[in-house]
Design a protein around this ligand. Structure first.
Ligand SMILES: [Zn+2]
Length: 504
């Protein structure tokens, strides 16, 4: 547990004691709360349960403290007063939320640098850090169903990064020569701002980023305005337009060119490219409209209002499907074109599966990564890459080994989450399904999946049920061993495929 200042410590201790007392007295000491209209008198308190603490997580078995209980976020507004690379800077986050229970206190996910001050509806609140949880105790309990506004002032530190055992890259803030970008997946958004951080939880975000003269800023969604202040600094305001999961937030600062083009049906496409990389990345970036058209043929309309590629001026392998603005590191675009297109199509596919259709729990990650890898390989096979059958046969031969090392596709453990089983190992499950039901039925399953769950979270059970419904047969007995079984089942239609024995 970390308490930032003695003043906060005292306030926290007082408020925590107070919260216990308030709970014990049924909240009768309450005063009118913004948005409630009436005083919290004894009769109001008697109408509902006594305020209690919101849960510190939503109970995802793999990452139990991700997300929080007791409220839903309506909007985030981020104020970031950027200074220079590797330099901490002033930041503020305003969260508008609705209480889903009577709250004596609630948590935010926050691992940022230095916490200064927390208010709830304008009144100072106690705030205590417990690992990556920021425990906020408002001066007065919050009634169930009421809206409230939390403001957190802090210092953001763009040198903060983390490394996971299951990923080849660091995540969190990613430094660039003259700025930064964000790679928050899986749970690094809390290094950037206090947040309700789970892939199934989404809210719209307003970004207000102030930069020194000469630097640009970009974030998910639409550039709302750009205002030069009297001191020469420029404030860039972006609106995510759609609700967004914390892991898909992007925000980058640097010397950028904004390169505009059009996708299918006039879709606005804006690439954001470091000035000196515009020419060298143009050939690959110019393929985006073709990639969009190819995916729309298979998955239906692109689910967001704009798209673009943010070229990352970094050596870190950080390609990520940040919503409406995929980040792709420069090295992915400066080498072989077949590889470049695989990366570009992978992140773009995620906009249907992973961004628009979110995962319900981390164990559903195979649905996001498996689809992205499946269509990436399918596209590549048609555009100079390895044939789908060869790629999937190679995956099949190693599948038992992956099952042994990384868990079955829908049964990852926390340290094996982002391993190859969630990529080619899960694309193979979709390939097996296609071999089982045929191309036409498979295409209908896929289109129905991204249409029915557009803008919603869905899980493995939802996919199996939907596939069964579309195919007109119960696919549970077929898919369960593929997704959960100890051994890889035979591949339909390929009796000659074999599984290499597992090596310990
Ligand atoms: Zn991916």
């Amino acid at each position: 547990m970390e308490i930032m200042t003695a003043r906060h410590a005292l306030r926290a201790a007082l408020a925590l004691t107070g919260a216990v007392a308030l709970t014990g007295t049924g909240c009768s000491a309450g005063v009118p709360h913004r948005g409630q209209g009436a005083a919290l008198g004894a009769s109001a308190a008697a109408a509902g349960p006594a305020p209690s603490p919101g849960a510190p997580g939503i109970g995802d078995p793999l990452m139990p403290l991700d997300g929080n209980g007791g409220y839903t976020v309506r909007r985030y507004t981020l104020d970031l007063d950027w200074r220079a690379p590797e330099t901490p800077f002033p930041a503020g986050t305003t969260i508008s939320a609705t209480a889903t229970q009577a709250l004596s206190r609630f948590d935010l996910d926050f691992a940022g640098n230095t916490l200064h001050r927390v208010t709830v509806d304008g009144t100072p609140a106690a705030a205590v850090r417990d690992g990556d949880e920021l425990v906020v105790t408002p001066a007065r309990p919050i009634r169930r169903g009421s809206t409230f506004t939390v403001h957190v002032a802090y210092t953001a530190d763009p040198t903060q990064r983390r490394r996971r055992s299951d990923a080849i890259r660091e995540y969190g803030w990613v430094p660039t020569p003259d700025g930064t970008l964000i790679c928050a997946q899986p749970d690094g958004a809390k290094m950037v701002f206090p947040v309700d951080d789970h892939p199934s939880l989404r809210a719209p975000v307003t970004f207000r980023i102030t930069t020194p003269p000469g630097l640009g800023a970009v974030a998910n969604g639409r550039l709302v305005d750009r205002v030069r202040r009297p001191d020469g600094r420029v404030r860039w305001t972006y609106d995510s337009e759609e609700p967004i999961a914390a892991q898909l937030v992007q925000m980058a600062i640097g010397r950028f060119a904004f390169v505009d083009s059009k996708g299918p049906h006039g879709l606005p496409v804006r690439d954001v490219v470091p000035d000196d990389l515009v020419t060298d990345t143009e050939a690959d970036r110019s393929l985006t409209p073709q990639h969009l058209a190819w995916l729309e043929q298979r998955l239906g309309p692109y689910p967001f209002r704009r798209y673009g590629v943010l070229v990352g001026d970094t050596d870190l392998p950080v390609a990520l499907e940040t919503q409406s603005l995929s980040v792709v590191p420069k090295d992915d675009l400066l080498g072989d074109q077949v590889d470049a297109e695989r990366n570009l199509v992978h992140e773009l596919t995620h906009h249907w599966t992973g961004d628009s259709v979110a995962i319900r729990r981390w164990s559903d990650l195979w649905l996001s990564e498996g689809h992205a890898r499946f269509y990436e390989r399918l596209y590549s096979a048609e555009h100079g890459g390895v044939s789908m059958e060869d790629a999937m046969r190679a995956a099949y031969e190693q599948h038992d080994q992956w099952r042994h090392d990384d868990g079955a596709p829908a049964e990852p453990t926390e340290p094996t989450l982002f391993k190859v089983m969630r990529y080619d190992g899960s694309a193979l499950v979709l390939y097996a399904l296609r071999e089982k039901v045929g191309d036409d039925t498979f295409d209908r399953i896929e289109r129905t999946w991204v249409t029915r769950y557009r803008g919603r979270a869905a899980g493995t059970r939802d996919f199996v049920a939907l596939a069964s419904e579309v195919a007109g047969e119960d696919l549970t007995p077929f898919l369960t061993p593929w997704l959960y079984g100890p051994d890889t089942p035979p591949m339909p239609g390929h009796p000659d495929w074999h599984v290499d024995p597992v090596e310990d």
